[in-house]
Design a binder for this molecule. Structure first.
Ligand code: NAD
Length: 476
């Protein structure tokens, strides 16, 4: 989404970067080296479909190779362009640094409306795109590892992995060439939900700090907070589902491509999602008020706003009317640089994209490690852990018999305590830990200096420092 009189997405990211580096003391020239995008490859390729050759344009941009492989999703959308791919690649650099995923930043995109193609056609297109990238090492387990993004998912990642394996028949680590694969093709439990789950963990962490809530004029717990979500796709759906089912938040609004739904007493997230799958949009969904111009709901009163669809949706045309005291950027770049300034001045707290949606790349990191180690997490230790827990239970049962009616174990304790952690539990634990530590690193900087007004600037400071340290360690 581009808005007249506003910088492009790429320029917006640069402006936010510049705000942060102005507060830092980097060696001369290093700032420019970190800011620029190292390379962007454009490919145009033909695929024979429906009796004729159709030409597609795709991109793979590498922002920074201070660590390799570089990492970043592949997006399928008609709006994909070089500026957008480069902005997203830059965000990947900062995101990976912030959550300590040992990757440089990259991103890819294909100009296509995936809804216009049959699955077998999408497979032909994806395999050809993957072939073009893999032969230039723009897909490679040790150099460049894509993942899903808007318009792509497990299915596309499985095709990409298979295409790479066909081209590299003796590469024992071939499966690590892409993440976000289905479990049966080398994926990891919990990857599909990971970005939305990360948004939930990020909000839970924010709500642990009185001082931070106070800045947004909020208090109490997530329980009962009114939330509006834009985009009920992979990220938005999982975030809304977990926040409502597990934290007691109320999803009062959902904005989709064909309009918005509003219900002050709360929407049933699964029911809305099923409706979208069956009807192609939210229109006609019962038990809610339908708003034709869905984006108007971004301006509705709520406690937390979660833009989880497109970039640039909160911009100079609507920022002054946005009432949410807390916005968590589940999408990449949903707030333009200009809107960011307006919101900041109003006292709105923004949990920035590079942190908020880092759950995806975090679990992708776990998947990549799993692929390289060729073993599922928990396989070696789970039963051993259970056996050791059994020892404690045996002792407690002995005590139970000894004390008679005076004391007994609560029934759920035994089953819960005895169960060793499986892969999904370990992934969630690793993700929760990552999101907490990254938040703490941001808020420490945020509160330490008076000239750092917001979490975004703090996030940039933390990650730019890490990228700078990597470059310096390389002798640059
Ligand atoms: P997705 O394709 O699964 O979902 C996007 C949703 O937005 C769809 O439901 C779509 O109908 C809806 N949408 C499209 N246009 C809209 C409009 N004008 N108004 C409202 N809704 C609209 O994509 P996703 O993977 O959930 O990605 C969403 C955002 O999250 C993107 O910015 C992406 O870069 C970012 N992100 C995704 C991941 C991931 O793991 N998938 C990781 C990090 C960041």
């Amino acid at each position: 989404m581009s808005v007249p009189n506003e910088p492009t997405f790429r320029q917006s990211v640069d402006l936010m970067f510049n705000r942060a580096v102005a507060l830092m003391d980097l060696p001369p020239g290093l700032e420019q080296k970190i800011r620029v995008c190292n390379a962007t490859y454009t490919v145009r390729f033909g695929v024979r479909l429906r009796g004729q050759i159709q030409t597609f344009t795709g991109y793979r941009s590498v922002h920074s190779e201070h660590m390799e492989p570089v990492k970043g999703g592949i997006r399928y959308a008609i709006s994909v362009n070089q500026d957008e791919v480069e902005a997203l690649a830059a965000l990947m650099t900062y995101k990976c640094a912030l959550v300590e995923a040992p990757f440089g930043g990259s991103k890819g995109g294909l100009c296509i409306n995936p809804r216009e193609y049959e699955p077998h056609e999408l497979e032909l297109i994806t395999r050809r795109f993957a072939y073009e990238l893999a032969k230039r090492d723009l897909i490679n387990p040790s150099q460049n590892v894509p993942a899903p993004d808007m318009g792509t998912g497990e299915r596309e990642m499985a095709w990409i992995a298979d295409q790479y394996a066909r081209m590299n028949t003796t590469d024992i680590n071939a499966r690590a060439c892409v993440t976000g694969k289905p479990l049966n093709a080398g994926g990891i439990s919990g990857r599909v939900e990971a970005t939305g789950r990360g948004v939930q963990y990020a909000l839970q962490e924010f709500f642990r700090y009185e001082e931070d809530k106070k800045k947004a004029g909020l208090e109490g717990k997530l329980d009962g907070k009114r939330i509006i979500v834009q985009g009920l796709g992979n990220v938005g759906y999982h975030a809304a589902k977990f926040l409502s089912e597990e934290d007691g938040a109320i999803i009062t609004g959902v904005i989709e491509h064909d309009g918005g739904l509003f219900n002050e007493s709360g929407l049933d997230v699964d029911a809305v999602r099923t409706w979208i799958v069956n009807h192609g949009g939210v229109k006609g969904y019962p038990n809610a008020t339908f708003v034709t111009e869905g984006a108007k709901l971004l301006e509705q009163e709520c406690d937390v706003l979660i833009p989880a669809a497109l970039e640039g949706v909160i911009n100079l045309t609507n920022a002054d009317r946005v009432k949410a005291p807390l916005i968590i950027e589940a999408a990449n770049g949903p707030i333009t640089a200009g809107a960011d300034e307006i919101l900041r001045k109003k006292g709105c707290v923004i949990i920035p994209d590079m942190y908020a949606n880092a759950g995806g790349v975090t679990v992708s990191y776990f998947e990549w490690v799993k692929n390289l180690s060729h073993i599922r997490f928990g396989r070696m230790q789970r039963r051993q852990e259970e056996a050791r827990h059994q020892l404690v239970i045996d002792e407690l049962e002995r005590l139970d018999r000894y004390l008679g009616d005076a004391w007994s174990m609560t029934p759920e304790f035994k089953t819960k305590y005895l169960r060793g952690a499986d892969e999904l539990e370990l992934v969630r634990s690793g993700l929760d830990d990552t999101m907490r530590i990254a938040y703490q690193s941001m808020r420490e900087v945020w509160h330490a200096r008076d000239d750092i007004e917001d979490l975004r600037t703090a996030a940039y400071l933390v990650s730019i420092n890490k990228v700078a340290a990597s470059y310096q360690a390389k002798g640059l």
